[in-house]
Design a protein around this ligand. Structure first.
Ligand code: F6P
Length: 552
């Protein structure tokens, strides 16, 4: 393709546009009867099973999608990413989060320099520092051990670490290492979030980790100042050196803020905020809570998927398959949303994290060359753990709009419960739903079935399920730190594949800037009105009225 060409102008795209009309004539019920087809739609790697038999696709659909991948030069784009080329062209940056979890002896270059030794310098520093804090050899200003950590950060400096922390909390190995310790996350500038996060904490035993790639994000910096004041007021300003550390790419600003750069943990501009959980952004708070050895397993799980993604043919490549199927659903069926449905309470923060990774990456309106897209890119991601979601929004998924679903299940629970006298454990009960829901969506229930069940005529329309609703199932062997790393990397790469196909830049986020600059104008106005009693001006009627009322 020429650089400004759009994927929708290629033959494989056009071919899929007509192919989808053909597929729409076939119900999933019938597709599911083709065992040969189904066999080809199950992929295993490193203990994981991906089952995409319930996608509205046949074997020839997949061949056409692979052709689309070739037309989009996915292979080349993956290589360019791993080779450290500046594929984030609007910010002139490489995209190398894979280097964050690479083994020590790997070579991954950015601008001709192997970045892996730098990554490991920081990991070694985290290992050392977290061990000192955990063992009590690094103590607070009054000589007490620091048992509690508040990580202050927002967006990518918050959601990924929160997801991993939530997932590890009930892992028996991680929980053992976390005994007697607390990790909290302060993200929202809302004073309620501040109050909730410091409630019950003693500044003498608390370590604050300020996490901000830029060290300029308004919410994070205000929250960091608030906690600096909280520590200073209780222990004196000299206590900051022992009670506050930072994670950032901007070490001069860390210094200016009053945190000793020796207590700062660096990362690099080739790590996008939403892809930064494997950098010090996630590794530091998680190592303080669980110890570095647990976090290292998480990194290894992600690295295993990185290697799989880089080296596996499309037919067996889990992130590539998932990315292609998402494009199939969004761009050819026109389904705008995707539900992320983990049947594991430990994964309750997975959907919120993927929401950012996906929607900030692929919610774009122009191609990487700045050409307006004549098709919609990105999808609306949302989700809740099963079975909670079943009692909430599944009604719409079953009988309302068509929303492709990702069912994520775990074979071995972190916390088994067996009730005396009951054969089916809690986990079996949970997984019964995990196995049942995809079939309910795919097969539905016909009026004929309802008639044979003697359902009264007037209820038949209400009780009919059209079926033919796509989903896929991802079954993890367990939910250890390693598996959590695998899951993260699968979704990160899947989202990159989607962006590579759509021909967009999945690694910038200009869409968040306008709101930030407007908020800064409002902030200036509030300042002037509060200090100099100046009237609200320069805003439209609506904002002027509301601001004036707020100031009253
Ligand atoms: O919301 C936009 C954003 O730039 C995200 O991409 C980023 O993760 C977040 O703000 C936080 O940024 P920082 O880590 O620089 O504070």
């Amino acid at each position: 393709m020429a650089s400004t060409a759009l994927i929708c102008d290629t033959e494989p795209w056009k071919d899929l546009k007509s192919h989808v009309e053909d597929i729409k004539k076939t119900h999933l019920r019938n597709l599911m009867n083709d065992v040969d087809r189904c066999k080809s739609m199950m992929v295993e790697f490193d203990g994981l099973i991906l089952d995409y038999t319930r996608q509205c696709a046949r074997k020839d659909t997949m061949q056409k999608l692979f052709k689309l991948a070739e037309a989009a030069r996915i292979d080349e784009k993956i290589n360019r990413m791993f080779n450290g080329e500046r594929i984030n062209s609007t910010e002139n940056r490489s995209v190398l989060h894979v280097a964050l979890r690479a083994a020590r002896d790997t070579t991954i270059c950015s601008d001709g320099k192997n970045v892996v030794p730098d990554v490991w310098n920081v990991l070694d520093k985290i290992n050392d520092f977290s061990e000192k804090v955990r063992s009590g050899s690094w103590v607070g200003a009054t000589g007490k051990a620091l048992k509690d950590v508040v990580a202050v950060g927002i967006g990518g400096s918050f959601l990924g670490p929160l997801f991993v922390h939530t997932a590890l909390q009930t892992d028996p190995e991680a929980a053992e290492y976390a005994k007697g310790r607390q990790l909290r996350f302060l993200a929202n500038v809302d004073p309620i979030d501040v109050a909730r996060n410091i409630r019950g904490l003693n500044p003498e035993t608390t370590l604050v980790v300020v996490v901000s790639k830029t060290f300029t994000t308004a919410e994070t910096m205000l929250n960091a100042r608030t906690l600096r004041e909280w520590i200073s007021a209780a222990l004196g300003p000299q206590a900051i050196a022992k009670h506050m550390v930072a994670v950032s790419t901007n070490l001069p600003l860390v210094d200016k803020f009053g945190i000793d750069p020796a207590n700062a943990f660096a990362f690099w501009d080739w790590v996008g905020g939403r892809y930064s959980v494997c950098s010090a952004v996630g590794v530091l708070p998680l190592s303080l809570q669980y110890g570095f050895s647990v976090v290292h397993k998480f990194l290894n799980g992600a690295a295993s998927i990185d290697n799989h993604f880089k080296s596996t043919p499309f037919e067996k490549n889990i992130p590539v398959l998932l990315g292609l199927l998402s494009v199939w659903n969004v761009s050819f069926f026109g389904y705008p949303a995707r539900a992320i449905l983990p049947y594991s309470q430990a994964l309750e923060k997975f959907a919120p994290h993927i929401q950012q990774v996906s929607m900030e990456s692929n919610g774009k309106g122009v191609s990487i060359d700045g050409v307006p897209l004549p098709f919609e890119a990105g999808e609306i991601d949302f989700g809740e753990p099963g079975t909670n979601g079943q009692h909430s929004f599944y009604q719409l998924i079953h009988q309302g709009r068509i929303i492709p679903c990702d069912f994520i299940g775990v074979m071995k629970t972190q916390q088994p419960v067996y009730l005396k006298g009951e054969v089916v454990s809690n986990h079996d009960e949970l997984m019964s739903n995990f196995f049942a829901q995809p079939d309910a969506l795919a097969y539905g229930k016909t009026p004929e079935q309802l008639l044979s069940e003697k359902v009264p005529n007037h209820l038949i329309p209400h009780k009919t399920f059209s079926g033919n609703r796509p989903s896929l199932s991802l079954l993890l062997p367990a939910l250890s730190a390693y598996n959590i790393g695998q899951l993260l990397a699968i979704y990160e790469h899947r989202i990159a594949v989607e962006g590579f196909i759509w021909g967009i830049n999945s690694f910038d986020q200009w869409g968040v800037e306008l709101g930030k600059s407007l908020a800064s104008q409002v902030r200036k106005q509030l300042n002037l009105s509060r200090t100099k009693k100046e009237p609200v001006q320069g805003f439209n009627f609506s904002t002027t009225t509301l601001l004036t009322r707020y100031l009253e």
